[in-house]
Design a binder for this molecule. Structure first.
Ligand SMILES: [Zn+2]
Length: 307
């Protein structure tokens, strides 16, 4: 839901992504055990983000992650080189294989049905400057991993920020190439979905497998194509309101704390223009923690969801 999204910022702004360290193969493990594993044990060796090769031009029609709706989860593919995660930070994950039963499916409120007090903060519309680095800093200070739904053209413009997101251990997901609310034809669909997957792969070495349609819209053709490609479509269950004109930081905090429920997916924005997100985020984190919430990534929520 990016009502005030402003594409004009492509040239001078970028956003951030949040990713969570996620241990693979945890299906069937209790949420508590999973959380303990995630936050107290080293994550299994997964692909670190690379010191990227220079971003090459994206080929809009190039094949993207070929996961079919019934195919097993696509393994994470490491990048060639392995930069060492910054000291004290969890090992980089970038993207995490998602359970096959979630591929090609749409998730929204169903995500929260059977959870403990887990909440997944998600950040859309980045990378964006200066807000993505600001959000990353707040997350780092609070030892939180999040999920970043990125815009392909901003990744192309600010590849270093995407790398920062990955290096901080957050999860990267797709939010289309240009954030369109209307799509004209198959060529644009390929650019929006496959083009974004390609640029993320080039810059980070990871293949995205989660997609959030711009505005949450499911009828533009992007959602259908992404599902055919095996993406899990992730909407949200809590709207922070940071993309609504006139929303204050206090209002954002109130919106989140009053709507949150176990298993919630919170819609926030690290990109898209001047928003109250950076100012509100520390208070949102503090409030959720006081309520007993634990922060997870979207792939973690999927893993914890019972079949
Ligand atoms: Zn958006």
């Amino acid at each position: 839901m990016s009502l005030s999204f402003r594409p004009k910022g492509a040239g001078n702004r970028s956003a951030a992504l949040f990713l969570l360290p996620l241990a693979g193969g945890v299906a069937g493990v209790g949420a508590t055990l999973l959380a303990m594993r995630l936050f107290s044990a080293p994550v299994p060796p997964v692909a670190p983000a690379a010191t990227l090769p220079p971003a090459a031009p994206t080929a809009p029609t190039a094949p993207a992650a070929p996961a079919a709706a019934t195919a097993p989860a696509t393994p994470v593919r490491p990048v060639a080189s392995k930069p060492k995660p910054a000291s004290g930070l969890p090992q980089v994950v970038g993207t995490v294989p998602i359970p096959a039963r979630f591929q090609g499916q749409v998730f929204s409120d169903k995500l929260r049905s059977q959870h403990d007090k887990d909440v997944a903060p998600t950040f859309d519309d980045g990378p964006w400057e200066p807000t993505t680095p600001q959000v990353l800093e707040i997350l780092k200070q609070n030892d939180i991993k999040a999920t970043f739904f990125v815009i392909g053209k901003f990744v192309e413009t600010f590849p270093g920020m995407l790398q920062d997101v990955v290096n901080d251990g957050h999860v990267i997901a797709s939010h289309s190439w240009s954030h369109p609310y209307k799509v004209n034809g198959q060529a644009q669909i390929l650019k929006e979905i496959d083009g974004t997957a390609n640029i993320v792969k080039q810059v980070s070495g990871f293949e995205v497998n989660l997609f959030r349609p711009p505005g949450g819209k499911l009828k533009t053709g992007l959602a259908d194509y992404a599902m055919k490609r095996g993406y899990a479509l992730i909407r949200w269950t809590v709207v922070s309101g940071d993309d609504v004109r006139g929303t204050t930081p206090d209002k954002m905090v109130k919106n989140v704390l009053s709507q949150v429920k176990p298993g919630a997916v919170v819609l926030l924005h690290d990109g898209g223009g001047k928003r109250p997100t950076v100012e509100a985020l520390p208070k949102i984190i503090e409030g959720l923690r006081k309520m007993g919430y634990r922060f997870v990534t979207v792939p973690e929520l999927l893993e914890m969801q019972k079949a």
